[in-house]
Design a protein around this ligand. Structure first.
Ligand SMILES: *[C@@H]1O[C@H](CO)[C@@H](O)[C@H](O)[C@H]1NC(C)=O
Ligand SMILES: *[C@@H]1O[C@H](CO)[C@@H](O)[C@H](O)[C@H]1NC(C)=O
Ligand SMILES: *[C@@H]1O[C@H](CO)[C@@H](O)[C@H](O)[C@H]1NC(C)=O
Ligand SMILES: *[C@@H]1O[C@H](CO)[C@@H](O)[C@H](O)[C@H]1NC(C)=O
Ligand SMILES: *[C@@H]1O[C@H](CO)[C@@H](O)[C@H](O)[C@H]1NC(C)=O
Ligand SMILES: *[C@@H]1O[C@H](CO)[C@@H](O)[C@H](O)[C@H]1NC(C)=O
Length: 479
């Protein structure tokens, strides 16, 4: 009887205690170390036009400040400050105070798109024992990445993408065996790709694009089979695509090696990459044929092989919905626009410059034209007119067809309202230059058979040179 009657009050008591604890946690301020560390950071910021740190005031609970998360009692666990990615106006200028090392419970640091945040690598991160996530992206930090980064063995993500870091990728990176993402793209890094990256066995994303890395791509991919994003584009890499990349076949979705000095043949094994979404091998020195195995890349959406020395025959792809394709400036003689391109229901970018296409443009009937942003058919042997095509592409931004044999009256062409960039130079167009061109950002109709007075535009004479009888500014006045 006794024990039964005290049960409800025990429940009541513990409920009250819980409540009390909750209330005290609410009322208490964040840990004094965290508050002073954050306020010191704030004092290193010289300008904050968007008021990102306005709520950071002493004597208030720092867990409630903008960008602060506290998940362990009164301790700050994440610091998240982000500017707008596409807005280059000044948001937060200054440097990162080393006092942030007082935030000993920090597990994630996110400084994103703070384009005026400058100074060296923030060494305070090296003294944070619980740090798992470092996203210091699109700021203006510079100098070397410290070798001691290798001590941060818990790190899951290390991203310094889009800063101005220089010097080598530290060899000690090999010790960060818990890394899931290593993103150092868009910096000024030099030297070679460290061999030790092969130790990072759970890596899913390796992006070193947009640096000045040289040497060959290490043949170390057999241990990196979790990779789904490998981006080494825009560097100075030489040599062949290493054989061990074939180990990435099951999972790799993005393979970007464009804008390097890679050579040799495109390996057959790439045709086995069934998960491949994007393949960019553009602006290299690849030779030979595109492997027939590519016909098995049925799920590829983006394929860019432009600016190599690839030759015929191009494989008959079985892909149902290519989104963007660039085969320009190789040694192809495709004759026609391939059927798997014409039939794509989702294509938005088609670039087949200098691909040996001999079509009459009026006879080309793409299944879908609605999504098209860009069409580049320059330097082919295309005849006829783009009337039908441009009449169907409501969202086209750029149309490039210079160096063909198009013959039609330019003043009867209907321009999509979205069109910004039009190059029809070196064709056989006749007629006048219509007023409608004045709404474009770029125009080139030079070297055709146009005649008559030019409308008022901002384009230079070279956009109109070499026609039969065009006149008026910027060309000589009409007689
Ligand atoms: C960019 O950000 C600034 C500051 O927050 C704001 O005033 C401006 O309107 C933004 N500009 C654009 C184009 O979004
Ligand atoms: C790869 O790098 C290029 C060049 O820096 C960049 O434009 C592209 O968005 C990157 N893609 C991925 C998937 O990382
Ligand atoms: C890479 O570039 C550096 C200069 O940044 C040069 O000293 C080195 O010899 C180059 N290495 C290779 C393999 O090309
Ligand atoms: C495409 O894949 C199938 C199944 O793996 C294989 O039998 C065939 O030979 C491949 N085709 C080409 C052209 O490689
Ligand atoms: C342009 O499209 C309209 C409406 O879709 C159609 O009536 C017209 O015949 C087309 N013009 C040409 C030149 O194809
Ligand atoms: C127009 O094209 C011609 C020849 O293709 C080139 O020489 C000229 O510089 C171009 N002008 C402009 C404004 O693009």
């Amino acid at each position: 009887m006794q024990s039964l009657s005290c049960l409800p009050s025990a429940i009541f008591l513990s409920f009250t205690l819980l409540n009390l604890q909750y209330l005290t946690a609410k009322a208490a301020k964040c840990h004094v170390d965290d508050e002073s560390g954050l306020l010191a950071f704030k004092s290193g910021i010289t300008s904050d036009p968007s008021g990102m740190l306005q709520s950071w005031k002493s004597e208030t609970d720092c867990c409630t400040w903008n960008g602060i998360t506290c998940l362990v009692d009164d301790r700050v666990t994440a610091l998240y400050l982000s500017g707008q990615p596409d807005n280059r106006t000044q948001i937060l200028s200054g440097t990162i105070s080393s006092s942030l090392s007082k935030l000993q419970f920090l597990d994630g640091i996110y400084f994103l798109n703070l384009r005026h945040l400058s100074g060296p690598f923030p060494n305070f991160v090296l003294s944070l024992p619980r740090l798992l996530y470092v996203y210091i992206e699109n700021n203006k930090l510079s100098g070397r990445i410290p070798e001691s980064i290798g001590n941060m063995k818990l790190l899951n993500v290390f991203s310094l993408q889009g800063n101005k870091f220089s010097g080598p990728v530290p060899n000690s990176i090999a010790q960060l065996t818990n890394l899931n993402q290593l993103k150092l793209g868009g910096n000024l890094l030099t030297g070679t790709i460290p061999l030790g990256i092969k130790n990072l066995k759970i890596l899913t994303q390796l992006t070193l694009d947009g640096n000045q890395l040289n040497g060959t791509i290490p043949d170390f991919f057999t241990s990196l089979t979790n990779l789904f994003n490998l981006n080494l584009s825009h560097n100075k890499l030489t040599g062949k695509i290493p054989a061990s990349i074939s180990a990435l076949a099951p999972n790799l979705r993005y393979l970007q090696l464009g804008h390097n000095s890679l050579s040799g043949q495109i390996p057959d094994f790439l045709g086995r990459f069934r998960a491949l979404d994007t393949l960019d091998l553009s602006w290299n020195q690849f030779t030979g044929v595109v492997p027939e195995t590519f016909s098995n890349l049925t799920k590829i959406f983006n394929l860019d092989l432009s600016r190599n020395s690839l030759v015929d025959p191009f494989p008959a792809m079985k892909v149902k919905g290519i989104e963007s394709l660039d085969l320009s400036y190789n040694q192809f003689h495709l004759v026609n626009i391939p059927a798997w391109v014409t039939s794509s229901p989702i294509i938005y970018s088609l670039k087949l410059a200098k691909c040996g296409i001999k079509l009459k443009l009026d006879n080309w009937n793409p299944a879908e034209t609605y999504f098209y942003d860009y069409i580049d058919l320059s330097e082919n042997e295309i005849t006829g007119s783009p009337f039908k095509l441009l009449n169907r592409t409501d969202y086209l931004k750029g149309f490039y067809a210079s160096g063909n044999k198009l013959s039609f009256k330019l003043d009867t062409l209907k321009f999509p309202t979205t069109l910004k960039d039009l190059d029809l130079s070196r064709n056989s167009m006749t007629g006048k230059v219509p007023n409608a061109v004045s709404g474009l950002e770029k125009l080139n109709v030079s070297h055709n058979h146009l005649c008559g007075q030019l409308p008022k535009t901002k384009f230079p004479a070279s956009a109109f040179n070499g026609n039969d009888c065009l006149c008026g500014s910027p060309l000589p006045a009409c007689k």
